[in-house]
Design a binder for this molecule. Structure first.
Ligand code: COS
Length: 386
């Protein structure tokens, strides 16, 4: 940032160019097939790794490129323009997967796991939600108990993005049922080949169909104490701090999807004719385009300034919740206008607008619903009196 103008650094601009080119050449041409096949090809993830995209937010000391949350948001925005499902599959590892370790791990654990994550050789995932503990993770049932120098994990996690391909998963489990969110939850790293660990049901979803969302089952899974992240009882804090970052990166996904829907709408408004002129000459269409452009302007500024706070290591939980709330709800309005501007074309699955509309809807639900973001914001307002 310089002065009052939110400018990206040259390094971040170069990263944007790299991500944009990668998206245009490698992701866009595959988007329809990813949707149809319900999977992001491993070769595509390998190519993203090759391009250095997995280590963007991982510090140089741990093998990443140290471009921070600002860099991650830039990549998320660009990739989402090509395909939302690919971006969330990437984010499961590069955002919330790696960030749990960065925020909660010891120096030794970071040295052990992060370089391979930065290189895209190890894919990570984040497992917090359960069937009866989505908005209220403090009521989770998954448990971990000590057995000598090991821990035994039991339980089920649901709605785990990219849980089917993750090599290592951060699992949050109850270690003290009386304390729960206040000192009774602990985080563990569980490798894919651990005995008793299985991948369960895959959800059939309205949108983002290329990204796998699965249940993970832990049946007496034994992990050594060296796979515990942070102190015993520190898991809820790690989970929440990881989500502070994840929510911001998700807002950047929304910005990418919004720009795509809006630019396609502006183009269509210039081409499609009604009443003897392009529909863009009609004030009804102009107002919709103006509202979307205004919201995109606000989204971009919220994301940049919240990412700058995060990278400056200043508190940003409230700003992250506000950014997630605003960007996800603005996206919903923007894709809805895009369908309206495109008319029947916007409703046809032959054209991309229908996919963007479906892909957008879940953003108001995952990584904390809009209602939960309002809880986070309101609690801070009441604490500070402003
Ligand atoms: N950063 C650091 N610590 C945090 C934190 C944050 N962002 N949010 C909460 N904590 C800490 C609190 O400080 C508190 O610790 P202390 O008692 O030591 O102060 C502890 O965690 C419990 O916090 P709180 O009392 O606020 O917990 P609640 O059970 O009331 O839950 C909400 C708070 C609702 C905000 C939380 O449960 C939440 O975010 N829910 C949504 C979860 C979600 O996003 N799920 C989607 C899954 S990922 S796809």
């Amino acid at each position: 940032m310089s002065g009052s103008v939110l400018r990206l650094s040259d390094e971040h601009e170069m990263l944007r160019e790299l991500a944009r080119q990668f998206t245009d050449e490698r992701i866009r041409p595959l988007a329809a097939e990813i949707e149809r096949a319900h999977r992001v090809p491993r070769e595509l993830l390998a190519a993203m790794a090759e391009a250095g995209l997995f280590g963007v937010a991982i510090p140089d000391a741990y093998g990443g490129s140290g471009l921070g949350e600002t860099g991650l948001c830039v990549v998320m925005e660009e990739i989402t323009r090509g395909d939302f499902a690919t971006a969330v599959t990437y984010g499961a590892s590069a955002s919330i997967g790696a960030m749990s370790i960065l925020l909660g791990g010891s120096d030794e654990q970071k040295r052990r796991f992060l370089p391979d994550m930065a290189a895209g050789k190890t894919l990570a995932a984040y497992a917090l939600s359960e069937a009866n503990a989505g908005s209220d993770p403090g009521s989770m049932r998954a448990s971990a108990r000590r057995d000598g120098s090991d821990w035994i994990l039991d339980g089920e996690k649901v709605w785990i993005t990219a849980g089917d391909i993750a090599d290592i998963v951060t699992v949050y489990a109850v270690t003290d049922a009386k304390k729960r969110a206040r000192g009774g939850i602990t985080a563990f790293l569980v490798p894919r080949d651990a005995r008793g660990y299985a991948i369960g049901k895959r959800e059939e979803k309205m949108g983002q169909r290329g990204s796998a969302t699965v249940t993970l089952v832990f049946d007496g899974v034994r992990v050594p104490d060296s796979m515990r992240l942070g102190e015993v009882g520190d898991g809820f804090r790690i989970a929440m701090q990881t989500l502070d970052r994840g929510r911001l990166a998700l807002a950047a996904n929304c910005l990418g999807c919004a720009r795509e829907a809006h630019e396609l709408s502006a183009k269509y408004a210039g081409e499609r004719e009604a009443f003897g002129k392009p529909i863009g000459d009609l004030q009804a269409i102009q107002w919709m385009l103006a509202d979307s452009a205004t919201e995109i302007f606000a989204m971009e500024r919220m994301i940049r300034s919240t990412a700058a706070l995060c990278d400056a290591e200043e508190p940003f939980s409230r700003e992250s919740a506000m950014t997630k709330l605003f960007c996800t709800e603005a996206l919903d309005r923007i894709v809805d206008r895009a369908v309206q501007i495109h008319g029947g074309m916007g409703y046809s699955s032959e054209y991309v607008i229908e996919k963007l509309y479906r892909d957008a809807r879940v953003t108001r639900i995952y990584e904390g619903t809009s209602e939960i973001q309002r809880v986070v914001i309101a609690r801070d307002v009441l604490k500070k009196g402003r």
